[in-house]
Write a protein that binds this ligand. Structure first.
Ligand SMILES: Nc1ncnc2c1ncn2[C@@H]1O[C@H](COP(=O)(O)OP(=O)(O)O)[C@@H](O)[C@H]1O
Ligand SMILES: [Mg+2]
Length: 357
């Protein structure tokens, strides 16, 4: 549970400090008051990155050179404090319980962001879906995270060798081997986790849509196999990989592998990307995020923190009620421009500060 959020020179918050007590907190504020920024700071504190930008400097207040983000947690009576110091001209510094650290494996909290304007998961490029599933699978399984990172590293190095053209064929072989090993592990785990994830998403979408919409998720890859079996997948990847090695040399990049795969959402047997209405896509996106929440809860044994950015204004009554019921058992931060009736704990954000309502 988050106990405290302290921000200095963070976006439009120059000096912001709030103590929290868990449960559902509603953050009310006019447009551009900083509601999404506040959610972003919580996400940042937990994940060490923003969900709004890759350019970290953007989050430092425009008229300042440094920003501070500090989060305090309490977990089964244990206190934890994580602090970030961002500098326009220097590397960022991270502290855990007052001691400088390089990575934050000790922050076990998970977080899921809901933002209804963002339909990129359903409509966007394949990388949006890969990122969604990669992020989820990495959070629930450190082996997946390791295989994916190793694969991406090997891919980068192999592509660099291909680009140079005159690369040493033996060195290329080393990376071919690495790529096949970690890539087939990625393929295997993606397909195994997807079975469960599809099950959960399907039942949530069914309920959310008033028992009207049937979901199927299909993993889409050039690498074909019949069974989710590690050896079979390895062989299939190897076969496809060597078939295309010459093409890789011509294109100077790796043209086969899980880095090019996609997930297709079929609603009522139709590809949702092209055939669903905007409303259906929004419902699907919500169902997938709820399924992610559910899957994280099952796999990690603890509930993620939910950040709901302007979600309620976009939903019809049935979906709104479903979501309100759903979040009751979670720690959540909900933003909106209108005062809600379903939560008691409300703060107002105004002029870079907050007050209780
Ligand atoms: N680095 C920054 N420095 C100062 N202000 C910023 C910075 N980044 C964003 N802002 C300001 O934050 C406001 C938007 O905040 P946001 O959280 O998106 O509002 P909303 O309450 O509508 O979600 C804008 O007024 C924007 O100018
Ligand atoms: Mg906003």
């Amino acid at each position: 549970m988050i106990k405290r959020v302290k921000l200095i020179n963070y976006r439009n918050f120059l000096d912001f400090d709030i103590e929290l007590s868990g449960g559902n907190l509603f953050i009310l504020g006019e447009n551009a008051a900083g509601k999404t920024n506040f959610l972003e700071s919580i996400y940042y504190g937990i994940k060490s990155r923003s969900f709004r930008t890759h350019r970290e400097r953007e989050i430092i207040n425009l008229r300042r050179n440094q920003a501070y983000i500090g989060l305090e947690f309490v977990d089964k009576g244990m206190h934890k404090r994580v602090e970030y110091l961002l500098d326009r001209n220097k590397k960022k510094r991270v502290k855990l319980n007052g001691k400088e650290v390089r990575s934050l494996r000790d922050i076990k909290e998970e977080v899921v962001v809901f933002s209804p304007d963002d339909l990129s998961l359903v409509k966007g490029a394949p990388e949006n879906r890969r990122r969604f599933f990669d992020d989820l699978f990495s959070s629930i399984d450190s082996e997946y995270q390791y295989a994916l990172n190793s694969y991406n590293r090997a891919l980068l190095q192999r592509n660099n060798i291909l680009k140079e053209g005159t690369g040493d064929p033996n060195l290329l072989k080393v990376f071919d081997f690495e790529l096949l090993k970690h890539g087939s592990a990625v393929l295997f785990m993606r397909n195994s986790f997807l079975v469960r994830m599809e099950e959960i998403s399907r039942s949530i979408l069914w309920e959310l849509s008033g028992e009207r919409e049937n979901l199927k998720i299909v993993y889409c890859s050039d690498i074909c196999f019949n069974n989710i079996d590690e050896d079979e997948i390895y062989e299939a990847f190897k076969c496809e990989f060597y078939k295309n090695k010459e093409r890789d040399m011509i294109f100077k990049s790796t043209t086969t592998g899980p880095h090019r795969d996609d997930y297709i959402f079929y609603v009522e047997d139709k590809d949702s990307r092209s055939y669903s209405s905007q409303g259906q896509q929004r419902t699907l996106s919500l169902a997938l995020l709820l399924a992610k929440t559910e899957f994280l809860t099952i796999k990690t044994g603890s509930k993620p923190i939910l950040l709901l950015d302007d979600v309620f204004s976009e939903l019809d009554e049935a979906r709104r009620n479903y979501l309100i019921e759903y979040i009751r058992g979670f720690e959540s931060f909900i933003t909106g421009t209108e005062r809600p009736e379903f939560v008691d704990n409300i703060i107002l954000i105004e002029n870079g500060n907050w007050r209780n309502l």
